[in-house]
Design a protein around this ligand. Sequence first.
Ligand code: ADP
Ligand code: ASP
Ligand code: MG
Length: 424
Amino acid sequence: MLAKATMQSSSPRPRLVMKFGGTSVANVERIKNVAQHVKREVEAGYDVAVVVSAMSGKTNELVAWVKEASPLYDQREYDTVVASGEQVTSGLLAICLQAIGLKARSWQGWQMPLRTDTQHGSARIGEIDGSGILKSFAEDGAVAVIAGFQGIEPKTGRIATLGRGGSDTSAVAVAAALKAERCDIYTDVDGVYTTDPRIVPKAKRLDKVAFEEMLEMASLGAKVLQVRSVELAMVHNVRTYVRSSFDNPAQSSPGTLICAEEEIMEQPVVTGIAYSKDEAQITLRQVADKPGVAAAVFEPLADASIVVDMIVQNVSADGKTTDITFTVPSADYARAMDVIEKRKDEIGYELLQGVQDVAKISAIGVGMRSHAGVAAKAFKALADRGINIRAITTSEIKFSVLIDVAYTELAVRTLHSLYGLDAA
Ligand code: ADP
Ligand code: ASP
Ligand code: MG
């Protein structure tokens, strides 16, 4: 992917990609502040490409309008509507940059172009043609202000969006395509923390996080970076920093570097705790204990593109049959229940139960590879606080527990203290 990234080196200046999220461009005042951050880097000698999100709350508003227009909407028209938020901020930032004496030009996804696959609403990036931007760097050094989150589906020529939080991915992909020295993701916190600093005030900022850990943290709920942006940073080895746009624009803050594991000297057993409230639990009671039953349950879910996460199978109360419990993303809950209900006879279960008010709490750390009993400690600590564990999954560098949503904050804080992550 990104194969068409241009190799021209007509510009002698190093290149930098700066991305600003919704709260960083929430109004014109904030956009003027972003312009100051950009100015600092231009003056430091960089050719700068800036990727912007929509103003905070704007994308939610646009999505709500689409749903109000029709609950069953055309995904291509959804993209037409929701991509508009980034168009506004890219133009406004270009104007603010010009107003402080910098050359700047806005670029929509179709203008670069940033080509995507056909999955409207959550498209993946195929390739980015960076030649137009590099030409403009070479010609007049204009800052390229890119509308994040959007691209063009080349077969139809229609606008496609990259899924919620997708501007992070636009930024890293542009950095790879332009062969930028680094990609700075500016947001409303000054780095990646040991857990969401909004729910644990004692969370600590990390100087560095390994790609693998960041990938797990993002996919397990830490929305500070979109998962795909981390994948891209890892594959293309893009030096990616998370920084705050709320810091004084006159000096840049250290932020958090997402990098290869080898670059991190001291590796704690657990690096971070993530949580997600976007889970739902489904249980099939009294399923016959015979070969082929698991396939009968999970194949139709896979066919419906529903991702099943945690799976627990245990003996039913009658001692003869089994109960099968699993989790799905809450957005797919109704569809998953429908798929299983329609196959009741084929699967052969007594009762179908669904629970939506559950949360998944995860602990992540590459240090877990070489330490035993890390998860066991957590089970005990949660039990001591009366928190019931509904399901568990473990893998090499993380484990997750499913609990009642009401205990989310308590569980996150408990694990954060347990693994010595609290700030002094
Ligand atoms: P933006 O609009 O800039 O893309 P987001 O709201 O998508 O910003 O992401 C930033 C938010 O991510 C922070 O405000 C914070 O509440 C949340 N967050 C969750 N987990 C973490 C973490 N481990 N470290 C830092 N921020 C986190
Ligand atoms: N504006 C889009 C969203 O809210 C993309 C982004 O902010 O990264 O999901
Ligand atoms: Mg975001």
